[in-house]
Design a protein around this ligand. Structure first.
Ligand code: SF4
Length: 332
């Protein structure tokens, strides 16, 4: 591991100034992903700036029934919050499906969306990877692709985003508060992460040194009937092959409104807007749910691979979405 300097500034503005001024500096919060990368040699910062105590650890009520989640709120605390469980069950379920209890006790709300892909080639510094080393190539293409993207990938990178929490946040239209050297800005959660294009080394739209300070969940009556379903190779402590975050409002057998996002299939949490459009006003039945999935996945492109590839994700995601919507409709 490369030696690094450690600083713990007194406030967030100082932390932002410090990291912004040093291209080799990085923020450290829960460290559940970054510390792995330090050990693997994937990240080699010269300076780590501890922000653990610099952002709020509170979940605060907003007017109208929304919530403001401080970036320092631990994943386990957020999942246990009674208001989250009642108003946004999809988020509590997504959090509890991620990682292990020990990791959730450390991981923060601000850090979780910024975790990096678990593509095995990204984590193996002996192999080419455009995300780790731009221009070096993509070892996954033609390699082991079982866990990789079927939506929105590019010839430069086919990685998936690993966060479960982020999929629920995308479905809930969360807003991300960010502090930079030029002040604060707010980013719709759906715009935080990028598709890979020709710059897969950039996971998000954040500038170097910008710090997530809080995430808002807007008031959302529909979210009270919402669900997260994660399909993975083993029952716990594994990343999603596919996942679905969904909320559904059914009136007299017809879909009045819905929110849908997918995980495990793209470089970012995938808001399924085409599926939502197909569903609104449609019959709340299996045929309608399947049509919505097929509309969203019409442009899906599976990858061949030495491990059998990932074409299975398309029917698996279709079945998962149909099952989740069916359950939500039956509870309406
Ligand atoms: Fe790297 Fe992306 Fe290719 Fe994985 S898929 S090897 S992260 S460029």
């Amino acid at each position: 591991m490369r030696p690094f300097t450690f600083e713990a500034p007194a406030d967030a503005a100082t932390a932002v100034r410090t990291v912004s001024a040093d291209p080799e500096a990085a923020f450290l919060a829960g460290g559940t992903n970054l510390v792995d990368h330090l050990k693997l040699g994937v990240a080699e910062p010269g300076l780590l700036v501890d922000v653990t105590a610099l952002t709020s650890r509170e979940v605060a009520d907003l007017d109208g029934g929304g919530l403001r989640i401080g970036a320092g709120v631990r994943n386990s605390d957020l999942a246990a919050d009674r208001r989250v469980r009642e108003r946004y069950p999809v988020l509590a379920q997504a959090l509890l499906s991620g990682a292990s209890g020990q990791l959730r006790n450390m991981a923060t709300t601000g850090g979780n969306p910024l975790q990096r892909t678990r593509c095995v080639y990204f984590q193996d510094v002996t192999t080419p990877c455009n995300k780790r080393e731009p221009g070096s190539g993509c070892s996954a293409i033609g390699g082991a692709t079982r866990g990789h993207a079927v939506l929105g990938a590019s010839e430069h990178c086919i990685a998936t985003h690993p966060s479960d929490m982020a999929v629920a946040m995308a479905a809930l239209d969360a807003q991300v508060h960010v502090l930079g050297v030029d002040g604060e800005r707010t980013i719709p959660f759906g715009d935080l992460h990028r598709l890979p294009g020709d710059r897969p080394d950039h996971d998000t739209v954040l500038e170097h040194g910008e710090l997530i300070t809080a995430i808002d969940l807007p008031p959302s009556p529909i979210a009270r009937r919402s669900r997260y379903r994660k399909v993975r190779d083993r029952a716990s402590y594994a990343f999603a092959l596919v996942s679905v975050a969904a909320a559904l409002d059914v009136d007299d057998g017809t879909v009045r409104d819905c929110r849908i996002a997918f995980g495990g299939v793209a470089h970012k949490p995938w808001r399924a807007r085409r599926a939502e459009e197909v569903l609104r006003g449609a019959a709340a039945d299996v045929r309608g749910f399947r049509a919505a999935a097929e509309a969203e996945l019409a442009d899906a492109r599976p990858q061949d691979g030495i491990d059998g590839g990932n074409a299975f994700k398309i029917p698996l995601l279709t079945r998962t979405l149909v099952a989740v919507l069916r359950e939500l409709a039956e509870e309406s």
